[in-house]
Design a protein around this ligand. Structure first.
Ligand code: ADQ
Length: 493
């Protein structure tokens, strides 16, 4: 979201607060803090909304609707550009606790990532989830016309599509992109109110996932739990209560040019000062991990594999440092708090085991780094590890590739990420739970011939730039216009 507010630390983030500017909106004197993320969905949506003069409805302080041209004026953007409206929906503390930290992140998030044992059902969470979905649906209905295209983002809005469908003209299009995986029917069985979740999503005309595997799993769940729905696997449609939903797979990319450019401007001094700040000896071989502190990201498994690697390759002690940048997330949820404690204690234990006076195997930080520093690390890291146990796509892997402007980095990528379907062939594939193999793959990455390293990174960069966020947005809008026009054939891309 381009406009930060008090809940931002809770919200999913694709960006960094590096260019934040506090400013005032004329006579209202309301302080608006403007955050322009490095890349991601916001960067893709902002120009589209400017062109279409649409309305962006988002969680936040709902005192007023902002005309985005006014807000952009404050940061020096010419006022005659086309603009859009940012409509804020304010949520009470109870709503945030039950809707966001409750059904969204104690039920749907663990379930969709296959962690059924972490699902926590609390009284009222689903009712709040419904209430907040209804509030957003009402706001959409206020803005929608017969020609509108409504595009919902993510798992926080599983019920809204059906509500919207029932309250706006039938010629308008309702679509949604689900950014996380979809589970198998055996796991979905543990979803409280699962039938309503499926019915809600079938209010969409178009439902997008990152990869075909998740789209297939969704169709399997509909077939299993909504026996009255007609699922057509070939055409990838579901007909339910007189309405048709098309289910597609469109893997998301990153703003590759922006990571490339930032990495190119990262000079040696910048890296030098980062090394000094974190007490990293100059000239070590550098490994990197960048993740939200989330139990799906496989950070403890990564630490165990690094420990095994140092055990078996003592000559690398003092020569290889792994920097793990972790961003605390959803910390009020007990599973997250426990996970954070586990990660921190494992880092301490491994550092006590192998560390010396002038070298630590793991440099762990929860600091917020400006985007330029992040890109400097991406550029100079000899390898990056993504070891998710389950991950819808994983943008960090793609950001690393886009920022590897010297072509000499190596990506180790979990075969349980959506990104693996696109990048797996030229990354070093890992199974995050097979400790010995994982440690061997770290060794492989460190000993690749320069030629193999460059060949792999060149191929990864080609794929990442060809499938960047602009290409993804283009595919989304091709699908949207096809559905909107009532066509039912796949776009060429
Ligand atoms: P996430 O689970 O948040 O996203 P990911 O795709 O890796 O995971 O995106 C994280 C984003 O946050 C990246 O842009 C990264 O640079 C940024 N980030 C992480 N730590 C940071 C830090 N400390 N400081 C600044 N930025 C940081 C969800 C799904 C993914 C899916 C995306 C997009 O879980 O599977 O790829 O949505 O659909």
């Amino acid at each position: 979201q381009p406009y930060r507010h008090e809940y931002d630390t809770e919200a999913e983030t694709n960006g960094n607060a590096d260019t934040e500017t506090d400013t005032e909106t004329g006579s209202d004197a309301a302080a608006i803090s403007v955050d322009e993320p490095t890349g991601g969905l916001t960067a893709g949506l902002d120009p589209v909304l400017q062109e279409t003069s649409g309305t962006w409805i988002a969680w936040g302080d709902g005192d007023a609707d902002f005309d985005v041209t006014d807000a952009r004026d404050c940061v020096g953007v010419p006022p005659d550009e086309e603009c859009y409206t940012l409509r804020r929906i304010d949520l009470s503390d109870d709503a945030v606790d039950s809707y966001y930290r409750g059904f969204s992140n104690r039920v749907l998030w663990p379930l969709c990532h296959g962690f059924a044992e972490l699902v926590e059902e609390r009284a009222d969470d689903f009712e709040w989830y419904r209430t907040v979905n209804a509030t957003f649906a009402d706001a959409v209905a206020e803005h929608a016309s017969s020609e509108s295209v409504v595009w919902l983002q993510d798992y926080h809005f599983a019920l809204a599509p059906r509500m919207i469908r029932e309250s706006i003209p039938s010629s308008a299009t309702v679509a949604q992109f689900w950014h996380i995986p979809w589970p198998s029917p055996a796991t979905f069985e543990y979803c409280p109110d699962g039938e309503q979740v499926l019915e809600g999503l079938l209010g969409n005309d178009l439902l997008g996932f990152h990869v075909k595997r998740y789209a297939d799993a969704f169709l399997d769940c509909v077939r299993r739990y909504l026996p009255d729905a007609a699922v057509d696997r070939d055409r990838r449609t579901v007909r339910y209560e007189g309405h048709t939903t098309r289910v597609v797979a469109t893997p998301m990319g990153v703003d590759a040019d922006s990571y490339d450019q930032r990495a190119r401007t990262a000079d040696a001094d910048q890296l030098h000062s980062l090394f000094e700040r974190y007490d990293i000896p100059q000239n070590v071989t550098l490994g990197l991990g960048v993740d939200r502190l989330d139990y799906t990201k496989g950070i403890p498994e990564r630490l165990t594999a690094l420990e095994r690697f140092f055990e078996e390759n003592p000559s690398w002690r003092g020569e290889f440092t792994f920097v793990q940048k972790a961003t605390p997330s959803r910390t009020e949820i007990p599973a997250y708090a426990r996970h954070g404690d586990l990660v921190r204690s494992e880092v301490d234990r491994i550092n006590r085991r192998f560390g010396t006076d002038d070298w630590q195997p793991i440099v762990y930080t929860e600091d917020i780094l400006p985007a330029d520093d992040l890109c400097a690390l991406y550029r100079h890291a000899d390898l990056l590890i993504v070891s998710s146990l389950c991950d819808g796509m994983n943008l960090v892997a793609q950001e690393y590739v886009a920022a590897s402007v010297d072509g000499d980095g190596t990506l180790l990528l979990s075969d349980r990420t959506g990104a693996h379907e696109r990048l797996g062939e030229n990354a070093i594939s890992i199974n995050p739970t097979a400790v010995d193999e994982f440690a061997d793959r770290i060794e492989d990455a460190l000993t690749l011939s320069p030629r193999d390293r460059t060949r792999r990174m060149d191929a990864l960069r080609t794929t990442t730039f060809e499938n960047d966020i602009d290409a993804w947005m283009e595919t989304q809008f091709e699908w949207l216009s096809q559905v909107h026009d009532g066509q039912r054939t796949a776009p060429n891309s």
